[in-house]
Every structure is written in C-alpha cells, then in structure tokens.
Design a protein around this ligand. Structure first.
Ligand SMILES: C[S@@+](CC[C@H](N)C(=O)[O-])C[C@H]1O[C@@H](n2cnc3c(N)ncnc32)[C@H](O)[C@@H]1O
Length: 159
C-alpha cells in the first residue's frame, strides 16, 4: 500500500527537512517488509489575494493527488485525536483490506479548503493547538515511522 504525504508548501533544505527525510527514510525501510511504501508530494502555495481563494485552489490541487478509491486523511486541528497504536491499526487494516493508497494531507497557512474536508475519510488532530505546517510534517513522518515499527513489532514504540 502506498502512503502519500501530500503537503501544501515546500520545505527548504535545513534541519526540519533533514529530520523529516530521516523519518521518511526509516518508515520506508521498516515499511518495505510490511508492504508499505512512503512518499512525499509537495504543492506550491496559492498566490491568490483572498484566503478563501487560496484555500479553494490549494484544496483542488491536493485533491488531484488523491486517486479514486484512495483513502484521504486530512491533518486538521479540529479533527479527532488518535493514539499511535490506533493510527498504526488503521493503516494495517486498510492494507489488509486491499486498499492501494492512503493520502495524508497537510494544508497551507490558511488550512484546508472545504473540498478537502468533505472528501476526507478522516480528520486527524495532533492536539487542539495550531502547529506550523513544517512541524506537522515532521510529526506526521514520525508517526508513520512509529506505525511501521508497531506493525512490525519493533521495540521503538513503547506504549
Ligand atoms: C498553520 S496550519 C493552518 C491553520 C489554519 N488557521 C486552520 O484553521 O487550519 C497549516 C496546516 O498544518 C496542519 N496542522 C496545524 N495544526 C494542526 C494540528 N493541531 N493537528 C493537525 N494538523 C495541524 C493542518 O494540516 C493545517 O492545514
């Protein structure tokens, strides 16, 4: 199963990028034996004047990355919270059920547009506070890596 992190905005070279890349690389290594591959798709931020236009344009671009039938989980501070075990369990069940792709979508500075929220199968919050999208990327990459260790029984995760 393909896990795609789809993110509005581009992460420049630097410590945040290095940390993100490190978790993605680890997730890819641990995921291989589990039938999971992980990749990043980055989208440029909209330059529209109005926030609602920016959100609509970014939502349309994000949704172009979501194939028909794929699951879409949108990262959103208004979403549900989930334990790492529950997140790993969901990924494992989707894989076992024959799902081909899960897209994990991170919004831009204005957040997700309505089209993403209504298409999303789940909205996931890393708490009720607003985090910068760069940090959300790192948190998400770490949770994907952690999920692969949970599914493979690797001792990285200690609940
Ligand atoms: C700077 S935030 C956007 C905040 C925007 N005001 C909103 O209402 O969503 C950029 C992106 O980071 C992600 N994000 C920020 N805080 C989050 C949280 N607590 N949980 C999950 N995702 C979060 C979301 O994907 C969001 O679209």
């Amino acid at each position: 199963m393909q896990i795609t992190i789809a993110a509005v905005g581009r992460l420049k070279a630097g410590p945040e990028r290095e940390l993100f890349d490190r978790y993605i690389e680890r997730a890819g290594q641990t995921g291989r034996a589990l039938g999971l591959s992980v990749r990043l798709r980055e989208l440029g931020e909209s330059r529209a004047q109005r926030a609602d236009e920016r959100m609509a344009q970014e939502a349309a671009a994000l949704l172009e990355l979501v194939p028909d039938g794929a699951r879409l989980l949108a990262l959103d501070e208004r979403g549900e919270t989930m334990t790492s075990d529950a997140f790993a369990g969901w990924l494992g069940r989707e894989r076992d059920g024959g799902q081909r792709e899960i897209v994990l979508a991170i919004g831009g500075a204005d957040g997700h547009g309505a089209a993403v929220r209504s298409r999303a199968d789940r909205l996931l919050a890393f708490g009720a506070m607003t985090w910068p999208h760069q940090l959300v990327r790192i948190l998400l990459a770490e949770q994907v890596y952690r999920a692969t260790t949970i599914l493979s029984g690797h001792p990285y995760h200690r609940a």
